[in-house]
Design a binder for this molecule. Structure first.
Ligand code: GLC
Length: 533
């Protein structure tokens, strides 16, 4: 029986992140939409991913790329309608793709009717749906907490004389999860979408859901600073696990395996991260807490190998690891690591144990696209020079034609599609057996065909300096993966008495049997591993 049949589909699923503004524009207004996504589902099924996660398409004030929601159970007209969501879900089901939606429980838009009601007066019935506090003695913010987006996490509301808390932009007030009405309302939101047949949620910033009730100051270091992922009072309070358990019960109440993929601070220590699975005998929290470390670790064999070993070993028995190489918040791998390195990194992502997430366009090696100042959209650009997060959110490149086939020629895409379209687009790469798209497809096909690559054990082996080498084994199926993280060639001797057959090279130009594997600069290979005879 395959390792990931039925109920356990998510354990080794490849989840593809769609940023709806940038995937495909069906109505020709320069902004991607739901019918656009639906029209491209066959491409994703053919690519070989198992599920898609769609970033928010809900009504929004668009003060944080749709993560500032004004109605959790609606569809923003720029993306389509509820009927379009239903059509998308039905079309995905028909071709065997699962659908995850984005749930943003930590905050709403400041224009959400809940917040409008909450800020109306100190005695408003909804006052306690958000986190309000009196000014400090000097009239300043109630404590020293920082927003992730910079500056104080508090904004003063002159009409009621109190501050409200926002872990992100002031446009995104934090909901008060200590209030049972908030919990019930969010469970209702989940049911609304689960009833429409989705397979689960990617849950935004779960670790911020509870804050220290006494709102104590974060202890500061000698530079007057504190490290956000390690904050003591602002996030990762013990009770968050129980809140996640309650969300888990909502999805578990539905037939089939509906899942929760939860976003946490990106540099969380491994021991904090794995708490969000539950414990070995009781995996009742999140199915998959995100592991973002590949986004930040240096592309160096020693650092990668140490992390892979530590994290894979810390994931509780019976749970599945998660891996991410790119998303809408960080620079693209092709730019962050380099084009050849991004190919090797795709080999790593799709051969590690667990459930990886592939960000749209990374299968083509799309680079960050420079954004001229007058076209910047991301409000974070003030804090992150170079267009904030926009360069990694640019339209998907379908063709080398006008607007990269994302929208009609007469339309103005919401962000520039970039130059050098010739090589980096679906149509051209589809016909090029050496392309990154061909590589990604080959990796996904091999993964599907081979239980060892989907769910087999992982063990890091001693490789030469500069190379990460690990084995994946299930029953008598064995693979070796070797990745050269350097610009110099390295020779990877296979364990004594064993040989390998190259099944995939990141360069897509070699096959053959070997007992020692020469890797070129930035090359990665997947070998079928033949033990001693
Ligand atoms: C998550 C999202 C990010 C958003 C933030 C606030 O980190 O990935 O895009 O800005 O949450 O909702």
């Amino acid at each position: 029986m395959p390792l990931d049949a039925g109920h356990d589909w998510w354990r080794s699923a490849v989840i593809y992140q769609v940023y709806p503004r940038s995937f495909a524009d069906a109505n020709g207004d320069g902004v991607g939409d739901l019918p656009g996504i639906t029209s491209r589902l066959p491409y994703l099924a053919d690519l070989g991913v198992d599920a898609i996660w769609i970033s928010p398409f809900y009504p929004s004030a668009h003060e944080d790329g749709g993560y500032d929601i004004t109605d959790f159970t609606g569809v923003d007209p720029i993306f389509g309608s509820l009927a379009d969501v239903d059509a998308l879900i039905a079309a995905a089901k028909k071709i065997g793709l699962r659908v995850l939606l984005d749930l943003v429980p930590n905050h709403t838009s400041r224009h959400h009717p809940w917040f409008v009601a909450s800020r109306a007066s100190r005695s408003a019935a909804r006052r306690n749906w958000y986190i309000w506090a009196d000014p400090a003695k000097d009239g300043g913010p109630p404590n020293n907490w920082r927003a992730v987006t910079g500056g104080s996490a508090w904004t003063f509301d002159a009409s009621t004389g109190q501050y409200y808390l926002h872990s992100f932009f002031a446009a995104q007030p934090d909901l008060n999860w200590r209030n049972p009405n908030v919990r019930e309302a969010m469970a209702g939101v989940m049911r609304f979408w689960l009833d429409r047949g989705i397979d689960g949620f990617r849950v935004d910033m779960i670790d911020y859901l509870l804050k220290d009730e006494a709102l104590r100051d974060e202890p500061l270091d000698e530079n007057g600073w504190y490290d956000q992922p390690l904050a003591k009072y602002q996030l990762n309070q013990r009770g968050v696990v129980d809140i996640m358990r309650s969300l888990r019960r909502v999805v578990d109440g539905y037939a089939g395996a509906r899942i929760l993929l939860g976003e946490v601070e990106s540099r969380l220590p491994i021991d904090v991260l794995v708490r969000y699975y539950g414990t070995a005998g009781q995996l009742d929290v999140l199915h998959l807490p995100f592991n973002f470390w590949l986004l930040f670790l240096p592309w160096q064999s020693a650092a990668l190998e140490r992390f892979i070993t530590d994290y894979d070993g810390a994931v509780p028995e019976g749970a599945a690891p998660n891996w991410v190489l790119g998303n809408h918040d960080v620079p693209r791998p092709a730019t962050r690591l380099g084009a050849a390195q991004a190919r090797a990194a795709m080999v790593l992502l799709l051969t590690l144990r667990g459930a990886p997430v592939v960000y749209y366009g990374d299968e083509l090696g799309m680079p960050n696209v420079p954004i001229p100042p007058e076209r910047i959209q991301d409000p974070w650009s003030a804090a992150l020079p170079g267009g904030g997060r926009d360069p990694a959110r640019t339209p998907m490149r379908w063709t080398r034609g006008p607007n990269a086939g994302f929208c009609p020629e007469h339309a103005m895409p919401w962000l520039p599609v970039g130059d050098e379209l010739e090589a980096i687009n679906v149509e051209d790469q589809r016909h090029d057996p050496g392309s990154m798209l061909a590589l990604t497809k080959a990796l996904l096909a091999l993964r599907r065909a081979c239980p060892a690559l989907r769910g087999g054990n992982l063990r890091c082996l001693q490789g030469p300096p500069g190379a990460v080498v690990f084995s994946r084994v299930h029953d008598d199926e064995r693979f070796l993966v070797a990745i050269n993280t350097t610009a110099a060639p390295v020779e990877v001797p296979l364990p004594a008495g064993t040989s390998g057959i190259v099944r995939i090279s990141s360069a897509m130009d070699r096959t053959g049997t070997c007992t020692t594997l020469p890797l070129r600069a930035h090359e990665a290979c997947v070998l079928e591993w033949i033990p001693r005879s």
